[in-house]
Design a protein around this ligand. Sequence first.
Ligand code: GBH
Length: 478
Amino acid sequence: MSQSSFPANFLFGSATSAYQIEGAADEDGRTPSIWDTFCRTPGKVLGGDTGDVAVDHYHRWRDDVQLMADLNLNAYRFSISWSRVQPTGRGPAVQRGLDFYRSLVDELLAKGITPWITLYHWDLPQELEDAGGWPERATAERFAEYASLVAGALGDRVERWTTLNEPWCSAYLGYGSGVHAPGRTDHADVLRAAHHLNLAHGLGTQALRAALPGRAQIGVSINPAAVRALTDDPDDLDARRRIDALANRIFDGPMLRGVYDEDLIQDTSRLTDWSFVKDGDLADIHQPLDALGINYYTPTLVSASADRKLPRRDGHGGGEQSPWPAAEDIAFHQTPGETTDMGWTIDPTGLHDLLMRYHRETGGIPLYITENGMACDDKPSPDGTVHDPDRIAYLHSHLGTVQRAIADGADVRGYFLWSLLDNFEWAYGYSKRFGTVYVDFESLARIPKSSARWYAEVARTGELPALPALDALGEPVG
Ligand code: GBH
């Protein structure tokens, strides 16, 4: 194997999520999710943008699968819109909703593309939020029923299942800083939500296994923070420990080890006594997993000082209140280096750290990068092509890091870039472009960017080429 080769059978995919691409918000029986409601709340989403139409994938799915095939992808990670298949979040399924996903899956399989389903990518049915949302235990029970329902409809043709996408974002941005739906801001609710998301993962995993004995390969996608301390000062190192607990161990503790670490309980004791953790919950959450999905964009740099004059990073997502419970005294800093159009520093070393950490801590669960990519201010040239050399450089450096982690012993089996298509970037609306395929948000036409052609070659050959010289990147690649 040459140094630039990926292992045989490595998955080269792209990722999307339902609310960000589907549109058709009130078609075929779909009812509002918390994101439909949030988008209609003035001031929450830039430009008042919504996912009502998004990039119309609900009607263009067949062409989009053809695009994936043309781009040599062998896997596709997408999510199911809960309120499209089970509108009230409980009770019977809507057949037309399930039919949409069944057709999509069949088309993927026909093109040799492995479907990789995420059950929950942030779009809780509004009725479940009205009943209390993730801070309520019942939401985890509803999720397990929903998991069984989807498994019953698609389990004959889908093997790869992810319970949740980035529970950190659901709990901390949805209920802490309020910059994501449902836009609530209560730090005790963040911890309740985190626990019930963990429980949803555990009960959902059990429901999938029960519905699909021996056939389901189950995992979760987390967005662990590669946390660094600004200095070696003990106070900064302690800030690092606390953010590691709040960002990472609050999820991977119960999911991978069956515990909430004592320091996490202590650090948050003025907000809650954690009595929402019932007997048996930790065993329910701690299920064997077939895959651990890691979503990675940028590292996290912290210090003990809350001095507002230090260069602060927009780690609070623009909200008035911090997403982090019981961490008002911790400061977040911009990691040095070039930044993306999101203002996130480009630093693949954080990905290496996380892959090696989870390689050690999972005791051999196969690892997948289920999201990685960058936002660029892409614009079509006069000839209609779209060149994004910065994205190629980003993908190149991160894929190279994946190869290094594999060489260092990590069992990494696949990489899903975020994202296939430009899409609805949550609170930023349509102002940020993560796609390797450009979407004209007026005509909804798709134009593969040079990065899509470049990644297609990586997927076809299973090799990471030398990075083309920068001037060569001005020309269409492939
Ligand atoms: C993912 O979220 C989502 O799964 C996906 O839907 C989304 O489109 C994509 O990434 C791009 O945003 O907030 O300054 O502290 C990633 C969310 C981004 C949250 C990085 C933590 C840390 C930087 N994460 N963020 S900051």
